[in-house]
Design a binder for this molecule. Structure first.
Ligand code: CU
Length: 383
């Protein structure tokens, strides 16, 4: 019996060692030769972070997810031509692992480091480069960090939820990203592209950006801002939104929320439990802070999952062209179609003349066409 226990202990130890090796997070790298795309297809240069295994950078950087009390080793390599760091915004890490160059170190070209910390508080956090922060951040060097609990409660004694919805707000000025060397002085940067998880406008109607809910199952909105702008969010009452956490800590008293201001660097966790059958939007206003003027507005769609039947990928796609379009779109073959807007409402039902649909008077947006044989086609109208 005693021998069995020793063997069991040895196996447990081996298991734990292998387990932790497999749990090591993939390595992040920094790059300065990436692109993001505006809804009209314009390519905008970005700098940013990506998984080394992927080999490309993204806007925002990869979502980093950890479990409460996990000891994190975040490996980071910098093959790019300038120095960078990873500042762990809001996490309780020691000075050496905080990624602030003046109090720790730079990761220079060709360099590599491992940031270490214990993720002892569950919540929503951010990371960003802390080298010439204004410029490196506006170029895209940021991402979100989530520290969750295995029991799917927000915090010890907090409410349960069924799913995380990470929502990172950011913005940039096209002119700055097109020519970062000419961007000084930084206080003149005035963003003109406003993003939710790196997407804006019609891009936010793509299914990956829509929050589909099951009635009765609360979703944790993990809200964080890397924008210059002040975010003012509007939650329709049908969402039954309640704010439980701010800046990675529980709030003293959870409060029902219809309007929420998020200043640069702030984070909130808001639980929503929308009414069954609801399909609508969280309004996101981007306000210029010095001028107190609204510069942009984006919308996050929240939809009862049972209404998502019109999604792309349900059956064979048929490709229309041009796409996006501002005047007409045509398909080879079909003689009639139904078209639904992104709210799932029928906006056209009828014949196609010589395969063409005239959309000159249609509002901008993402549309789904369904043909008599069941084939589908998705297209964007941008004027
Ligand atoms: Cu940097």
């Amino acid at each position: 019996m005693r021998e069995f226990r020793i063997f069991a202990a040895i196996f447990a130890l081996i298991g734990a060692t292998i387990g932790s090796a497999q749990m090591a997070p993939p390595q992040l790298f920094s790059g300065m030769e990436g692109y993001t795309f505006l809804p009209d297809g314009t390519a905008i240069p970005i700098w940013g972070y990506g998984w080394t295994a992927d080999g490309f950078i993204t806007l925002p950087g990869p979502l980093l997810e950890y479990t409460q009390d996990e000891f994190v080793q975040l490996n980071f390599t910098n093959p790019s031509p300038e120095s960078h760091t990873i500042h762990l915004h809001g996490l309780d890490v020691d000075q050496a692992n905080d990624g602030v160059p003046s109090t720790s170190f730079l990761v220079t070209t060709g360099g590599q480091t491992t940031y270490e910390f214990t993720a002892n508080h569950p919540g929503t956090f951010l990371y960003h480069c802390h080298v010439t922060t204004t410029l490196h951040l506006t170029m895209g060097m940021y991402g979100m960090i989530l520290v969750s609990r295995p029991d799917m409660t927000l915090f010890d004694g907090g409410p349960s939820y069924t799913e995380n919805a990470p929502i990172l707000f950011s913005d940039f000025a096209v002119e700055t990203n097109m020519n970062p060397v000419q961007s000084f002085p930084f206080h003149d940067i005035r963003p003109d592209v406003f993003m939710v998880n790196g997407a804006s406008g019609a891009q936010l109607e793509q299914s990956e950006h829509i929050i589909d809910f099951e009635p009765g199952q609360p979703i944790a909105l993990r809200l964080g801002s890397m924008a210059y702008s002040l975010l003012q969010l509007n939650f329709p009452p049908e969402l039954n939104a309640v704010c439980y956490m701010s800046d990675g800590r529980p709030v003293t008293e959870p409060f029902a929320v219809e309007n929420l201001d998020i200043f640069p660097g702030e984070r909130f966790t808001v639980l929503i439990e929308p009414d069954a059958g609801w399909d609508g939007y969280i309004g996101c206003e981007f306000w210029n802070i010095p001028d107190q003027q609204m510069d942009g507005e984006e919308y996050i769609r929240v939809r009862d999952a049972s209404l998502s039947v019109y999604d792309w990928g349900v059956s064979d796609p048929l490709v229309g062209y041009p796409n996006p379009t501002s005047s007409t779109i045509e398909w080879d073959g079909p003689a009639a179609l139904n078209v639904f807007n992104s709210g799932g409402r029928l906006v056209y039902n009828g014949p196609l003349r010589r395969g063409k649909l005239d959309i000159v008077d249609w509002p901008n947006g993402l549309y789904t066409a369904i043909f008599p044989d069941g084939k589908r086609s998705r297209f964007s109208v941008i004027h």
